[in-house]
Design a protein around this ligand. Structure first.
Ligand SMILES: [Fe+2]
Ligand SMILES: [Fe+2]
Length: 409
């Protein structure tokens, strides 16, 4: 089964679910073949998406026994990733389907589960030992980089002008070039060429440029992660994909602060960067325990370190005086319904799950810990919108990564 946004629906597709209008009136039953007239009527009635049967034997998707075996392996990978999640939920169905398709085409499957079966009544016994090694209440969090202070100062001052923020950006030649490249890329889709920082700021907005550039600089700050823990580029790809998807979903929802959502997605796992960077020995132990036990890294880190990565991010963002909206979106990305703004935190939550399921980069997690369906209901994202957002994220990701490569290396 696959969900197809109406603009992508082709004649000849066979429905796997009834199509009903907004009042529940049956328009076309399951098992029927869709023709041009049906598509026209669905458009008139504003049907956003329909469920169709998987196109096996099409586009070389399934052609041999080897492919069947490959598909089974891929499906197993995605099922293991989503083992804590209700896969019958309409949003998760979309994620499952797109994840299987993406991972199948890109050979992204792995061996999931515990490397050794857990003994009966297993309990993590390293918790007290590790907890005693990290006292997070007096944890020496890194000092805020100067450039971040400069951006927050300008962004929080109501009298700031475009020139003030342009001045801060212009202090770094590479950042200036990056901003110009970004505003002239498909990310912003400007019609005419923008060739000065001042014009770029006028076009994008003071707060938006500040959010965008702050996120990029914070990710750059954490570049020295020991390679035996996690590949920093893989971590950044996970973060960037999440940021892009948040921004796209926010735009679909007509939310005002799309860059704030980009920043929230980009930095959602920044707490992990802190322990990867500053507590490498503990990080090694936590990763090892998650792999050994087959438990979600999210659960193991809380058990072993006595603190979650969202809480660590909260401490860091408060110390660095980053905006509250950002802090809340990040702190609640695994529990969005408790957030002061559950719609924004819910978008980060959904985007993180989708990015993890598709294997767009990696933050160290190998199991989705939890899915908050109440936040999904509040955010009211149509499955077709999520489907389109996943496709658009995938389309933008490589180009955006290439743009950022120089700044991040
Ligand atoms: Fe997370
Ligand atoms: Fe994540």
């Amino acid at each position: 089964m696959r969900v197809v946004a109406l603009q992508n629906l082709k004649e000849g597709a066979v429905l796997s679910r009834d199509v009903r209008d907004i009042n529940g009136r049956l328009m076309l039953s399951k098992g029927q073949k869709v023709d041009a007239n049906h598509i026209r009527i669905f458009k008139i009635w504003g049907i956003p998406e329909v469920y169709t049967q998987a196109e096996e034997n099409a586009d070389g998707f399934i052609t041999s026994d080897k492919d069947v075996e490959k598909l089974a392996k891929t499906e197993h990978t995605v099922k293991m990733l989503l083992q804590n999640v209700d896969t019958h939920h309409p949003g998760i169905e979309v994620i499952y389907q797109t994840a299987v398709e993406h991972r199948y085409k890109n050979h992204l499957w792995g061996n999931y589960g515990a490397s050794q079966p857990l003994p009966k009544n297993f309990k993590l016994d390293l918790s007290s030992a590790i907890k005693s090694q990290i006292d997070f209440s007096s944890m020496p969090l890194p000092e805020v980089p100067q450039i971040i202070t400069a951006f927050t100062k300008v962004a929080n001052d109501p009298t700031s002008s475009s020139n003030d923020i342009a001045d801060v950006v212009s202090r770094s030649a590479s950042l200036s070039l990056l901003l110009l490249n970004l505003v002239n890329s498909s990310y912003y889709g400007s019609v005419s060429r923008i060739d000065t920082i001042a014009r770029a700021v006028t076009m994008v907005g003071i707060k938006e440029v500040s959010d965008l550039v702050m996120g990029i600089e914070i990710m750059r700050f954490f570049h020295k992660i020991p390679g035996d823990l996690i590949d920093v580029n893989t971590f950044r790809r996970h973060s960037l994909a999440c940021g892009l998807m948040c921004r796209i979903l926010a735009a679909h929802k007509g939310l005002q602060h799309t860059e704030r959502l980009f920043l929230s997605g980009l930095l959602h796992d920044a707490g992990r960067l802190v322990w990867y960077r500053y507590f490498a020995e503990q990080a090694k132990m936590v990763l090892y325990m998650a792999q050994k036990t087959g438990l979600a890294l999210y659960e193991v880190e809380k058990e072993c370190l006595g603190i979650s990565h969202e809480q660590i991010a909260g401490y860091l963002f408060r110390k660095w005086r980053l905006p509250f909206g950002l802090e809340n979106n990040v702190v609640y990305h695994h529990d969005p319904i408790s957030a002061p703004n559950p719609i924004e935190a819910g978008i980060v939550h959904m985007a993180d799950i989708a990015v993890n399921a598709l294997g767009l980069g990696h933050s160290g997690e190998h199991i989705i810990p939890h899915f908050d369906s109440k936040a999904w209901d509040l955010a009211a994202i149509a499955p077709g919108t999520l489907f389109t957002a996943i496709l658009q994220t995938n389309e933008q990701l490589d180009a955006m990564e290439a743009l950022l490569a120089e700044e991040w290396h």
